[in-house]
Design a protein around this ligand. Structure first.
Ligand SMILES: CC(C)(COP(=O)(O)OP(=O)(O)OC[C@H]1O[C@@H](n2cnc3c(N)ncnc32)[C@H](O)[C@@H]1OP(=O)(O)O)[C@@H](O)C(=O)NCCC(=O)NCCSC(=O)C(=O)O
Length: 581
């Protein structure tokens, strides 16, 4: 408990001064009471003292250079811990900077609370031109799961509790909590203040599936000749790792992990069909989706990535009932939390479960081995300049040797190729651009991964992607975090060889050639490396990860390497006007 004034005893006849508390202290007490020990943010008016006091009260307060990255850190902290990550921002501009991360957290179902100071209601509502005036609550509302404003210190406890429960329960997401400046200095009796705090009991209650839903799902699964399990990042979030592994192994059904579900079972698992993805999706007849949505990343469950229309039956496990039938018919919806649903399926399978026909397993195994064999020689080249495959081949070996390191990954080619090439071995070790394919998550995710887990972080970044959050290198150095950033530097977006047809400017997709991103790290006291071959890359990353010091490896990639939009070029419209010959 924190308090402003101590009881003062002057003379026996003088009444004791009541112990007081204020808005600042009540926010801190409310967070701590709910087991929240870390705040990611950027200090400034009116929340500077909140950060200072939280630090003084023993909370970890990690200050960033830009709110978007603090927000991304909070979001991924939520994903990793199942507790809402807290991002603290100043009014209007700082709040807006944090909003992209809040919206992204909501889209990705990460529990996060954006707490922002705001200017005074009386002035904002009359639009009288307050400092950083903005109706932040109204702006945040459509971009997050829930939004609340607290006007009285006595309501801080309930406001924080509502925010926590909204962020964590059901489908997790981003929550906005608006705290106007005046609230922080409101004073109240300390004892009454403590009594007003709320400890949220069971913030994400188990939601057990209906027995009929489980029976229906098992019936459909039993009828399958070519079943497939798709694991999404919801499955990774659920921390039901043992049950999920057991479901795969007991059922004998092959699985495809979505990007952030890689490592739930090791990518080298015999039932992994990740390296036979196209065949697995197209030829399966029954698909069990676990915490994976039928969005663009799964071609909406239809079209040429899938079999003939109507030939694939979908079973879906999701905590959100409205997810069912979002794109195609779900013949067996299983609504509930993933841990409970997976356990119920396992219990229902019981003894005597018939494993899928062996020809299906064999088809996928053969395809997987062919794809792996096709890729293998590309990963071994020691040519300079490096291409993506050669550089990622080196990193693949490093991750194999350090399976508990956390891999953060963003970019276009750097993302798409790393996803396939770098095998993951443990759950929640791969953090990337998620549902939106958003660029700029890199440094925020890396900071929170290091802070929340204490594990070493390897951050594999395209040069363009790195640019969105590169200034946070200073944050990484300031807190001395064990983060090794590898920038795949091919001088541009997709590649570095495009030109402006008029000859006037650089092409829209290129950067200053031969930039030295390693110097940015050196500027703040970290270690910089400049490498041009996979051998040098291996040595640099190993040295950096062994040291645990912040490091940035500028990995020179052939500027001509890389293709447009990685392997989602089909989403990128091209001009319909044919050029005259
Ligand atoms: C939409 C997708 C899920 C579609 O994936 P696909 O391309 O179909 O599959 P994958 O990438 O998983 O795999 C490609 C192929 O590699 C095979 N594969 C996978 N793993 C392996 C290993 N280990 N060895 C050999 N081969 C492998 C896999 O079976 C596929 O081959 P076959 O089975 O033979 O087909 C994915 O592309 C994706 O997650 N994209 C996200 C992209 C993104 O968010 N970008 C940010 C935008 S960048 C940006 O801002 C911008 O560009 O603009």
């Amino acid at each position: 408990m924190t308090a402003l004034a101590k009881i003062v005893h002057t003379a026996p006849e003088v009444e004791a001064e009541p112990e007081l508390t204020d808005g600042f202290h009540l926010v801190i007490d409310a967070l701590k009471l709910n087991g929240i020990e870390t705040i990611y943010g950027v200090p400034g008016i009116p929340i500077t003292d909140l950060g200072r006091m939280a630090q003084a009260e023993g909370m970890r307060v990690i200050s960033f250079r830009h709110e978007q990255h603090a927000g991304n850190a909070a979001a991924i902290a939520g994903f990793l811990t199942q507790k809402p990550g807290i991002c603290l921002t100043v009014s209007a501009p700082g709040f807006l900077n944090g909003l992209t991360a809040l919206a992204n957290a909501t889209t990705n179902c990460f529990p996060m609370i954006l707490i922002s100071g705001s200017s005074e209601r009386e002035i904002v509502d009359l639009q009288q031109g307050d400092y950083e005036e903005m109706d932040q609550l109204a702006i945040a509302k459509p971009l997050c799961k829930a939004a609340f404003r607290v006007l009285h210190a006595a309501d801080i406890g309930i406001g924080v509790a509502r925010a926590i429960r909204a962020a964590c329960s059901g489908r997790p997401g981003g929550v906005y909590l608006d705290l106007p400046a005046k609230l922080f200095s409101q004073v109240m009796d300390a004892e009454a203040g403590q009594k007003s705090l709320v400890k949220v009991i069971d913030p994400a209650p188990a939601q057990h599936p209906a027995p009929e839903a489980i029976a229906r799902a098992l019936d459909v699964l039993k009828s399958a000749k070519r079943p497939l399990i798709v694991l999404g990042k919801g499955a990774a979030y659920a921390q039901a790792d043992a049950a999920i592994r057991s479901l795969v192994e007991t059922s004998g059904i092959p699985y495809v992990p979505m990007s952030m579900a890689k490592g739930l079972l090791p990518d080298t698992h015999p039932l992994s069909a990740g390296a036979a993805r196209s065949t697995a999706l197209k030829d399966s007849d029954v698909v069990l989706l676990i915490g994976a949505r039928l969005n663009w990343l799964l071609s909406h469950g239809k079209g040429k990535s899938w079999g003939e229309p109507g030939s694939t039956k979908f079973i879906q496990i999701d905590i959100e009932p409205r997810e069912m039938d979002s794109n195609v018919e779900i013949v067996a919806p299983v609504v509930g939390d993933i841990a409970s649903c997976v356990q119920a399926l396992l219990d229902g399978m019981g003894q005597g479960w018939q494993q899928p026909p062996s020809d299906w397993i064999e088809t996928l195994r053969t395809k997987r081995e062919a794809n792996v064999a096709k890729m293998a020689p590309k990963l071994m080249s020691n040519a300079s300049p490096m291409n993506f495959h050669a550089a990622l081949g080196a990193l693949r070996t490093i991750v194999k040797e350090r399976p508990d390191a956390i891999l953060v990954n963003e970019g276009a080619n750097t993302l798409d190729l790393a996803r396939g090439i770098i095998d993951m071995y443990q759950p929640r070790k791969r953090l990337d651009v998620g549902t939106w394919g958003i660029m700029g998550i890199g440094m925020g995710f890396a900071v929170a991964a290091a802070v929340e887990t204490g594990k070493p972080v390897l951050c594999v970044e395209g040069d363009s992607a790195f640019g969105f959050s590169g200034m946070e290198v200073e944050t990484i150095c300031r807190y001395g975090l064990p983060v090794c950033i590898v920038v795949f530097n091919n001088n541009g977006i997709y590649r570095g060889t495009d030109t402006d047809p008029t000859g006037r400017d650089p092409a829209t997709t290129v950067f200053v050639p031969d930039s030295r991103y390693d110097k940015m790290m050196e500027a703040f006291g970290g270690v910089g490396y400049h490498v041009t071959t996979p051998d040098e890359l291996t040595r640099a990353v190993n040295e950096a990860m062994n040291s645990g010091r912040p490091a940035l490896v500028n990995a020179v990639i052939d500027p001509a390497a890389g293709s447009e939009s990685g392997n989602i070029g089909s989403l990128n419209p091209q001009s319909g006007i044919k050029k005259k010959k």
